[in-house]
Design a protein around this ligand. Structure first.
Ligand code: 6R9
Length: 657
């Protein structure tokens, strides 16, 4: 990559942590030194923060790469670590979940209450024949029972596969079949965008369609009543949670399981059509989820009110809603609904109501808040916030500055956290009390994590250069495989840098002159225009730096002259549209703007003004579909879009032009 991305990398603003924050920070500079001196010993120390029924004597077994074993001869119970030990330490009355339903109903669940509930659910699971190693699918809204279900499955040593409640019956069926789940835990429905969105009917459909397909592994469906919507009932198979859970005994002693006992499978999309079941195990995963939640989010469990907005259907919800915060004894907000329902200030109302101190969300959400305007958060008291986090995609400096000034009172440190479903926990991030933050850069590998940026042959590119992001040493929360497909595991992540033994993350990255890491988007999103490599992220960042643009997506479209050409799709800010009745000329201005910001090489061939961008349910822009539009093809598979209508709207807007 050459000078085109200099405008990101010449970002010169630096923000040191406030002195009082640094003085009280959980993560200190000393952690880097300890980890550098003895990486495995460092992780063993972190693992000893957990409760082990049987202490481990080995830290890492890497004798059969890429199949790692961490803390292999130790035994623990993941749910015991998240629940019982806090109660036994005298913290049973501490609130674990500050739950807020979308319609405004709320519930406070203490550690003692959550422990009691999980013990009962664990007894129900055992009565239903669920044993260690069995798979349980969870298809639920964001309600306390969803967290309890995950922990109960973990408590009996079984394996959960959480399927995001926004996925279709079809996706649910594929996942149930691939994992061979024996039980599905669901709800009648949950609140989304002001109405009840049904869930149980999708489970019924997923199970009904299975006719001649794979063996019918599902024996029971356990149903929480939440939406109150009408549902069908299969006697003998279906059970109401409110009938069986309160009736079950609250006595349940957590049994120890080996550190490498599978904890969960989480499906994620890869480059092929079939989703991959990413497999995580117990001891290493919990160690790194808890450690990173403490040091990156600067968690002080006695005083903080933490809110990670991710749904439990995504890895962020696993590591930073369920496992990390509960292992640390945190008090956290759990919100059922969408951030703009019933009004655009809903998130700020929740922060004010509960006095949220740590807020962790995605750039896509931040940009949609920017689109609505800062007058909305200005109506609420957000002064409790002392730390902000970002995850899921690169955060452009524009959004970073907005986040810090509007939500962080111009002072709260921001941690930009890079990681993946596969890595299980945060890998690259500032330590908020130590690192001077740079807007737009995820910055440095965490203590105990080894990252590099390399060229196609695996050679380090060195400071000031771009290449591919790799992880050069095994880490505790690394995926242990792809469920049922060890070859695909090796092929996807380890084959590219086989001789070096590096994990290939699939992301492009660049090291700046300070050695800080800038994520440049998936390598499949890198364009080649007239022999120059351009990053979609880079051009998108320039576009949203223009006063007119709220959101932008850039794709490389096949072009006879240049190989690929830059095609941009922009959503214009409401405030800009009210000021300028005519958008005539804006397209030309934006093309010139990019040329001016980055260089003529980056000037988009086409700029389309659209009302929305196509996003997956986890908020990632589906550039593949935009490329179809840009190249004048029929639009491909849209089933993973959050809103399947958006592509026809965009196609309409583009052809009208
Ligand atoms: C946690 C999560 C993983 C992919 C990853 C990368 C992108 C995540 C990022 C980021 C830049 C960050 N990504 N965090 N890119 N800066 N801070 O999102 O997992 O859904 O598996 O996605 O997301 O491209 O490879 P997952």
């Amino acid at each position: 990559m050459s000078s085109q991305i200099d405008h990101l990398l010449t970002e010169t603003r630096r923000f040191a942590p406030p002195a009082a924050f640094a003085a009280a920070a959980v993560g200190t500079a000393e952690l880097y030194e300890r980890a550098a001196a003895d990486r495995e010993g460092f992780w063993a120390d972190q693992a000893r923060e957990l409760h082990w029924h049987t202490p481990f004597t080995q830290t890492l077994d890497w004798s059969n790469p890429p199949f790692a074993k961490w803390f292999d001869d130790g035994e623990l119970n993941v749910a015991y670590n998240c629940l019982d030990r806090h109660v036994e330490a005298g913290n049973g009355d501490r609130v674990a979940l500050l739950w807020e339903g979308e319609p405004g109903d709320d519930r406070r669940v203490t550690y003692a209450e959550l422990t009691d509930e999980v013990k009962r659910v664990a007894n129900v699971l055992t009565e239903l024949g669920i044993e260690a190693g069995d798979r349980v699918a969870i298809y639920m809204p964001m309600i306390p029972e969803a967290v309890a279900a995950m922990l109960a499955v973990a408590r009996v040593g079984a394996v959960h596969s959480v399927v995001f409640g926004g996925f279709s019956a079809d996706s649910l069926r594929t996942r149930i079949d691939d994992a061979g789940a024996k039980l599905v835990i669901t709800a009648d429905g949950g609140y989304r965008k002001g109405k009840v969105s049904p869930l149980k009917p999708a489970v019924d459909q997923a199970l009904a369609d299975r006719g001649s397909g794979p063996q019918q592994s599902v024996e029971h469906v356990l149903v929480v009543r939440r939406g109150g919507n009408d549902i069908e009932w299969t006697d003998g198979r279906d059970l109401w949670w409110h009938e069986v859970v309160p009736a079950a005994s609250a006595e349940h002693e957590a049994q120890p399981f080996p550190a490498e006992n599978p904890l969960f499978i989480l499906y994620t999309s890869g480059t092929t059509g079939k989703p991959k079941g990413i497999l995580h195990t117990s001891g290493g995963y919990l160690t790194q989820a808890a450690f990173t939640n403490r040091v990156v989010h600067d968690l002080h469990p006695e005083t903080d009110v933490y809110w990670c907005t991710a749904d439990i259907g995504w890895v962020t919800g696993h590591s930073y809603v369920t496992y990390g915060p509960l292992a640390n004894g945190a008090t956290q907000v759990l919100y059922e609904g969408t951030p703009d329902t019933p009004h655009p200030g809903r998130s700020w109302e929740i922060i004010q109501k509960y006095g949220v101190t740590i807020y962790y969300t995605a750039p896509t959400a931040i940009r949609s808040f920017m689109k609505v305007g800062r007058q909305v958060p200005a109506e609420f008291d957000l002064s409790s916030i002392r730390l902000l986090g970002s995850v899921g995609e690169p955060i452009n400096p524009e959004a970073w500055m907005w986040y810090r000034s509007v939500l962080g009172g111009g002072e709260a440190p921001i941690v930009d956290t890079w990681w993946q479903t596969e890595t299980g926990a945060i890998m690259i991030s500032a330590l908020p009390g130590v690192t001077e933050a740079k807007p737009g850069s995820a910055q440095v590998a965490l203590p105990g994590i080894s990252i590099d940026v390399v060229d196609e042959n695996g050679g380090p590119v060195g400071e000031g250069n771009g290449g591919l992001l790799v992880i050069t040493e095994p880490w505790p929360s690394m995926l242990r495989g792809i469920w049922g497909d060890p070859d695909r595991f090796v092929e996807t992540y380890w084959a590219k840098f086989d001789s070096q033994g590096y994990y290939f993350a699939g992301d492009g990255a660049r090291l700046d002159d300070d050695g800080d890491i800038w994520l440049m988007g998936r390598v499949d999103d890198v364009m080649n225009v007239s022999g120059h490599r351009l990053s979609t992220t880079e051009i998108e960042s320039a576009l949203v730096g223009n006063e007119a643009v709220a959101e932008a997506a850039v794709v490389g479209a096949a072009d006879e002259a240049t190989g690929q050409a830059v095609v941009a799709f922009c959503v214009i800010k409401q405030s800009y549209m009210t000021k300028h009745e005519e958008l005539d000329g804006l397209v030309g201005e934006l093309r010139a703007w990019v040329a001016q910001q980055i260089g003529a090489i980056a000037r988009p061939r086409d700029v389309y003004l659209v009302t929305e961008l196509p996003k997956t349910r986890s908020g990632k822009i589906m550039r593949r579909l935009l490329r179809d539009v840009a190249e004048g093809r029929e639009v491909g598979d849209t089933t993973t879009l959050a809103d399947t209508m958006v592509m026809s709207t965009i196609s309409g807007q583009v052809t009208k032009k």
